[in-house]
Design a protein around this ligand. Sequence first.
Ligand code: PLP
Length: 442
Amino acid sequence: MTLLAREAMHASLQDPVLESIGFLNEIMSRYPGALSFAPGAPHPAPYTELNTARYIDRFVAHAASTSRTPDMAARLLYEYGPAQGLINDIVADALRRDLGIDADPDSLVITVGAQEAMLLVLRALIASPDDLLAVSDPCFVGITSAASLLGAGVQAVPEDADGLDVDALSEACRAARRSGRRIRACYVAPDYANPSGTRMAAERRLRLLELADEEDFLVLEDNAYGFTAPPGTELPALKSLDTGRRVVHIGTFAKVCFPGARVGYVVADQIVRASDGSAVTLAAELARLKTAVTVNTSPICQALIAGMLLEHGGSLTELSRTRSVLYRRNLAHLLQALDRETVGGLPDGVEWNRPEGGFFVRMRLPVPVDAQLLEISAAEHGVLWTPMAPFHPGGGGTHTLRLSCSYLGPERIDEGVRRLVAFLREYAMPGTATAVVGGVSQ
Ligand SMILES: Cc1ncc(COP(=O)(O)O)c(C=O)c1O
């Protein structure tokens, strides 16, 4: 039998982030009865209302009505299609109408989820070991995993309750320059970030764009959770404030439609000039790279998503309305349950934030939050959560966990919080967990 040594393969295979995701999956399968606040998965309830055939027909009718060769419209679904995408005009319309992002359809690429968009953008921008990707710390593991896959250097920049610390990013730019490197791009998820739930304040958004101009880097804006903002409290997307084409805007239909479609998009309206003087959009360049990755995004899945959008008047807000209500209900329910169940007290130093949108609540404990503690929580109290250290490329997060309630119903959230609070009362006190694990597992 052929044996391959992992150490002799690409370093990304040894990325601790992949290990921790593997461990979470493994522990969920070992404790199937445990109530899990771990996965940030979308709620399955809306799937029962999906009429996929109708959505596809809807798109085909639209394509026929706008095409010079209407009888060919249905055929589009079965061909490779253009690498940049089939539904760019519909998505561009929705972005203009709902987010104030004025993007030409040619400056979009429809990608296999937001994940492919991140990979393509990093591949295009990170040209040498001296090019660094700055990321908010903590940040979504999808971007750090993509950087690891490409061997791109990551510079962690702390965030506070108002989002990314722009002064720290400014200092990171100067430090990179002193060492002959440069911050090429900075990844942020300004609205209810995964995993921290943090939302970037309005004034920070402007400061970040100013700094991007001063220091000549691009901002990679990930807008996965913006749709969950309570109506009337929405803050402008970075891309809608972007007068200098500094922002590459990445979006996904995973949460507003369903993740199995694997449809996302990237707005990349920057101009790329070649040495012969010709100029194209960054989107066109990303599409050239895409032909070496996924060739195109499944036309059937694109049609499905576009049909869903058209069924909702072409509006992302309308499309996501029932889901955003559901997610806000869950989040409010989780926070209320935490308040209610902890009236009798908790060990000193247990605290959590109170986001108004998104899928996640971050909880700090006065004890190390690691695989050992998770094992105890699952085995003795039947409740799971996600340790946050793997989300911290800067090395922090050793005492925090992430709670996600996106895919649970209210009763499960209540039961999960009862179990969580019982666990915290027993083990969130310095010394307790190590003593027990020492006795149980050795
Ligand atoms: C911040 C963030 N971006 C993007 C995604 C989704 O990406 P995709 O469209 O690849 O499913 C997620 C999903 O967990 C996320 O949390």
